[in-house]
Design a protein around this ligand. Structure first.
Ligand code: FAD
Length: 457
């Protein structure tokens, strides 16, 4: 049995975080900075992320800074800015005026540009970012090889006992499930029979990889390789952006996948033929990029192996709540979005900030002088997590829906826009602005008000 970690006194909250991905680690650092006794349980033997890109908006970065300046510093240490203040959307499919189908003609018609200015993304290599963050995780805060199975609440002791698959247990006042898209905490919270406990297949697969910038520039030219570019087309799309201080270019190619996903894991081996077939009739530039994915696999993905990633999300069955009592879910565990806004991890960082805000209020309340005004610890924690749910659910479930919808715009399948560049730009823009221009102070104020409301209810 693992005891509580860190200081434990009146009003001290012992927080168990399940899952050491980007959101779990960020939450852990933010809560620890607020003097909570945090313990993080990760099923793997160490922290690991994949060799792929992840990008954060300025707004997500502001949340990082509020959570803990160390998180933002970690991201800044490894992130890459777009060279241009614009993201470019090109026609990856049709031959434009003056263009030929010759393999050497890598031109694509620019359809529109989205102004990102200072509000857009900084991109980084996932593993590099996690490695940087982990440097700030103190010794003893994390237990590896702990696969969470279930929890039970002891009314009398007002604490949760967590049970892990290896038979060990641990206790905590608050349990935060940051255990990703297949979250076990979500299953226990919502019930195993609840369809909202499971993600579903979005009938899309992504072929992704990092290619060396030298080869990307040789194939695409400097401007395209060093700046984010969305290659739009019918029924599929392909995104490229620079990462790792412009030494690598991240490629994600999305293709339709009708039918069920029958593999046990969400990643399965793919063949070069599949990738080629998905983009067969496309412009030479797009075929050159898929060629880079196929031919330049030495950089990160280990030789000739190519994977496809099944896109699952919580679109069909959104969670009816993110919290119950002293247990909650955050990040992909609460709202797994298809990656078309590139904002899932950013939304998880916002969650972590909301949690830090309400749990800090709970601690203040529990440590307050006025004993007559004090509620039971569990009631205070439950009010804090209900407030977290209240401020996070709508925005994050919108993100899940909008991610699916914007993918249709990239793929010329949004009935409101079709292939009209102006309408497509307007559609992409309002969605992006909703993600980028988020009122963080407003969320924190709302969380505070909701906490007071739930506490007095
Ligand atoms: P995860 O990273 O999945 O971490 C969960 C952790 O929990 C893992 O370490 C796992 O081992 C552990 N775990 C699971 N079960 C248990 C258990 N039972 N017990 C103990 N530990 C457990 N987002 C962005 O913001 N920007 C982007 O540019 C972006 N691009 C993307 C591109 C693609 C192709 C995809 C698929 C996603 C993208 N996203 C992006 C979304 C982003 O990847 C996720 O939202 C984010 O990684 C989720 O982080 P997380 O910490 O919630 O979950």
């Amino acid at each position: 049995t693992n005891g509580p970690n860190g200081a434990s006194g009146p009003g001290q909250l012992r927080v168990a975080i399940i899952g050491g991905g980007i959101v779990g680690v960020a939450a852990a650092l933010g809560l620890r900075r607020r003097n909570m006794a945090v313990r993080l349980y990760e099923q793997a033997g160490d922290f690991r992320e994949i060799g792929a890109g992840v990008a954060f908006t300025t707004n997500a970065q502001a949340c990082m800074a509020l959570l803990s300046p160390a998180i933002l510093a970690a991201m800044k240490a490894v992130s890459t800015k777009n060279e241009s203040p614009y993201y470019t959307y090109v026609d990856g499919y049709r031959r434009g005026p003056g263009q030929t189908d010759d393999d050497a003609d890598l031109s694509e018609t620019q359809l529109y540009r989205l102004h990102a200015g200072t509000t857009g993304f900084d991109a980084c290599h996932r593993a590099h970012f996690l490695d940087e963050m982990v440097k700030h995780v103190p010794e003893g805060m994390v237990e590896f090889g702990k696969r969470f199975d279930t929890y039970a609440f002891d009314e009398e002791r007002e604490e949760y006992t967590l049970r892990f698959e290896d038979g060990s247990t641990a206790t905590a006042d608050v349990v935060i499930g940051c255990d990703g898209i297949k979250s076990r905490v979500r299953q226990v919270l919502l019930g195993e029979a609840n369809p909202a406990s499971y993600p579903t297949f979005a009938h899309q697969v992504a072929f992704r990889g990092l290619v060396s910038m030298d080869r990307a520039v040789a194939a695409l030219g400097k401007d395209k390789a060093h700046n984010q570019c969305m290659h739009t087309g019918p029924g599929a799309h392909l995104l490229t952006f620079p990462v790792a201080q412009h030494t690598l270019m991240n490629v994600v190619a999305f293709a339709p996948a009708p039918g069920a996903w029958t593999h046990e894991r969400m990643v399965a081996p793919a063949t070069a033929e599949e990738v080629r077939a998905a983009f067969a009739g496309w412009r030479p530039a797009v075929r050159a990029i898929t060629g880079l994915l196929l031919g330049d696999r030495g950089v990160e993905d280990g030789g000739g192996r190519l994977d496809k990633w099944a896109i699952f999300d919580t679109y069909e069955h959104p969670a009816p709540t993110y919290a119950s009592g002293g247990v909650c879910i955050a990040g992909d565990a609460a709202h797994a979005a298809s990656p078309h806004h590139g904002a899932g991890a950013g939304a998880g960082i916002e969650d972590a900030l909301a949690l830090a805000t309400v749990l800090e209020l709970a601690v203040e309340r529990l440590q307050g002088d006025d004993a007559s005004n004090r509620r039971r610890k569990s009631a205070t924690v439950a009010a804090a997590l209900a407030a977290y749910d209240a401020v996070r659910r709508e925005r994050t479930q919108w993100l899940v829906r909008s991610s699916r919808e914007v993918s249709k715009t990239y793929e010329w399948a949004n009935p409101d826009c079709g292939t009209d560049p102006e309408k497509c730009l307007r559609d992409i823009e309002w969605r992006a602005h909703k993600i980028w221009h988020f009122d963080i102070e407003g969320m924190m104020a709302e969380a505070k008000a909701a906490f007071a409301r739930f506490l007095s209810a």
